[in-house]
Design a protein around this ligand. Structure first.
Ligand SMILES: C[S@@+](CC[C@H](N)C(=O)[O-])C[C@H]1O[C@@H](n2cnc3c(N)ncnc32)[C@H](O)[C@@H]1O
Length: 246
């Protein structure tokens, strides 16, 4: 990665808090079957890393289970606490998790693993997981096989340095075992307003200059006026790997 790319990634990673409200309205939840595949039934302590406004956290809660959230952005943590006041949300990152060694059964990172430095985050996640604990990674991806969704993505790519989320997770590496993958296809009911919020909450849109941002949003609005969507088709891409017994 060049210095410019690194700088842009850093600015984008820190930009989420600015649009936490639009983020909360515009981003989709995670399907239950995907969460059940990512987190073992017996997990009693589960961490949501890069929890944002708690979109995944809501689906992680289960009777008899303690759920903890870790999130670097103050704006996101504020929104999180409004939505989930009973779930502790701590300041931290994948590279520095504010939890003791061997203290959690499962750690899930939704739509955020591409922001972490895996060289630091893999050993850090391994530190907080108990032996045999599970790391789960998940991304909700729009299904671009649907024409209007492909058109929307084309607009985003025209304006923004829309990062192709770097999901190089075919192997997480030592001390984790092999990575398993499964995709879940589903559709999320969304109004055109929800889609506008989803676009406005993207880090690469937030950090555009004002004129380009306005132009982009105008083009998206025109597409939505024509298409009048009622749902967004998604493919939820999931990965899981277990920590070797130490
Ligand atoms: C696209 S949002 C995903 C939020 C939430 N997990 C969800 O699924 O809606 C990415 C999140 O990663 C967080 N983030 C950025 N850099 C991070 C890092 N190094 N470690 C952990 N989280 C990070 C951002 O603050 C943001 O809340």
């Amino acid at each position: 990665m060049t210095t410019d790319e690194e700088q842009r990634k850093h600015v984008q990673a820190g930009s989420f808090g600015v649009a936490a409200d639009a983020y909360e309205r515009g981003r989709p939840p995670y399907p239950e079957e995907a969460v059940a595949w990512l987190v073992p039934d017996h997990a009693t302590t589960v961490v949501d890393l890069g929890a944002g406004t708690g979109k995944l956290t809501r689906a992680l809660r289960a009777p008899g289970r303690t759920v903890l959230a870790v999130e670097p952005s103050a704006g996101m943590r504020e929104q999180f606490s409004q939505v989930l006041p009973d779930v502790p949300v701590m300041e931290g990152t994948g590279e520095s998790i504010p939890l003791p060694d061997s203290s959690v059964d499962s750690l899930v990172c939704a739509q955020a693993w591409h922001w972490v430095d895996p060289e630091l985050a893999v050993p850090e996640v391994a530190r907080v997981l108990r032996p045999g604990g599970r790391l789960g990674l998940v991304w909700n991806l729009r299904d671009v096989s649907v024409p209007w969704v492909a058109e929307l993505d084309g607009i985003l790519r025209d304006y923004a340095a829309a990062p192709t989320e770097d999901r190089q997770v075919e192997q997480v590496g030592t001390p984790f075992g092999p990575v398993e993958r499964r995709d879940f296809r589903w559709s999320h009911p969304m109004t055109p307003r929800d889609v506008m919020d989803m676009v406005a909450s993207r880090s690469y849109v937030i950090t555009l200059d004002a004129a380009s941002r306005e132009e982009l949003l105008l083009r998206v609005r025109k597409l939505l006026d024509t298409e009048r969507p009622t749902a967004m088709p998604y493919s939820t891409e999931c990965y899981r790997a277990e920590l070797g017994q130490l």
